[in-house]
Design a protein around this ligand. Structure first.
Ligand code: CIR
Length: 269
């Protein structure tokens, strides 16, 4: 069981981002510090990390969640919607291959890992600018024989489904402005507080929930619901429309929101 990460390259300064007139530029040095702190947090929680070297051809290569979807039985190599990112899959798939048999999607539809929210044996897939109905159908053809139900979900104003909704373990955390919770099964839902859009992209593991440092009210809401939020600074990733799930692809079995068994070191965090 390992979390696979990829270092931040110098070309991260050119990462894809939604157009905005006054957006500050990405500070690559700061992004590297934040990435190293993210990796250190995972390790302190007892999660081993495998950190791949950066590949300067791929400005968004740090976001390893998007090119490969790891299920309990197999890993599915995805055809990404962003053409500039398609070459990222090879290195991530190779790193995953000791842990899972690799499967390719059968056609030419597109789908990105950030759009796939797993809840038990349900795979909810955002219909985004990156993920097409054809891509969702192809995932269904591969995953249904393994016992997964695959459903497409409408999104409003967000890059990926997991920009707006993540699995905490006992609940979903979701932004009702951007995704309709009724499309996401029966798990109880916690609504994202207004004004903290980045807060929806949390990462639950080892009895804790990593929460972007930019979302302190979200952390408070999660604490009130009985979770143990751990703030992690990801300001430079947020400038590239990304957050906590995007920076690792995790090879343990079970729902992504499932807590891993805590190690004694995790208790001191
Ligand atoms: C992109 O636009 O593809 C990257 N700048 C951000 C990817 C974020 N990934 C994710 O939400 N899983």
């Amino acid at each position: 069981m390992v979390a696979i990460l990829r270092e931040v390259g110098d070309s991260f300064v050119d990462a894809l981002r939604s157009p905005s007139d006054d957006a500050p530029g990405i500070d690559v040095a700061r992004a590297r510090v934040q990435h190293a702190e993210y990796a250190a947090t995972l390790r302190r929680l007892g999660v081993p990390t495998l950190v791949l070297p950066a590949d300067e051809r791929f400005p968004d290569g740090v976001f390893v969640e998007d090119p490969v979807l790891v299920l309990d039985e197999v890993a599915v190599v995805l055809r990404m919607g962003a053409p500039s990112r398609r070459g990222e899959a090879a290195a991530v798939a190779e790193a995953v291959s000791p842990y899972r048999r690799l499967l390719d999607l059968p056609g030419s539809g597109t789908i990105e890992g950030g759009d796939v929210l797993r809840v038990g044996r349900d795979l909810f897939v955002g219909r985004s600018t990156r993920t097409t109905d054809e891509g969702i159908d192809e995932l269904r053809r591969v995953a249904a024989p393994l016992g997964y139900r695959v459903s497409g979900v409408e999104l409003r104003d967000c890059l990926h489904l997991k920009s707006a909704c993540t699995h905490l373990g006992r609940h979903l955390l979701l932004d009702p402005e951007r995704v309709d919770g009724d499309a996401l099964g029966n798990l109880p839902r916690i609504e994202l507080p207004p004004g903290e859009p980045g807060g929806a992209n949390t990462l639950a593991l080892a009895g804790h929930v990593l929460v972007p440092a930019s979302a302190p009210e979200t952390a408070e809401v999660l604490r009130s619901a009985g979770y143990d939020p751990l703030p992690v600074e990801v300001s430079e990733m947020e400038k590239a429309d990304a957050g906590l799930t995007c920076m690792s692809v995790r090879t343990w079995a079970g729902s992504p929101g499932d807590a891993l068994p805590s190690r004694s070191t995790a208790g001191s965090l």
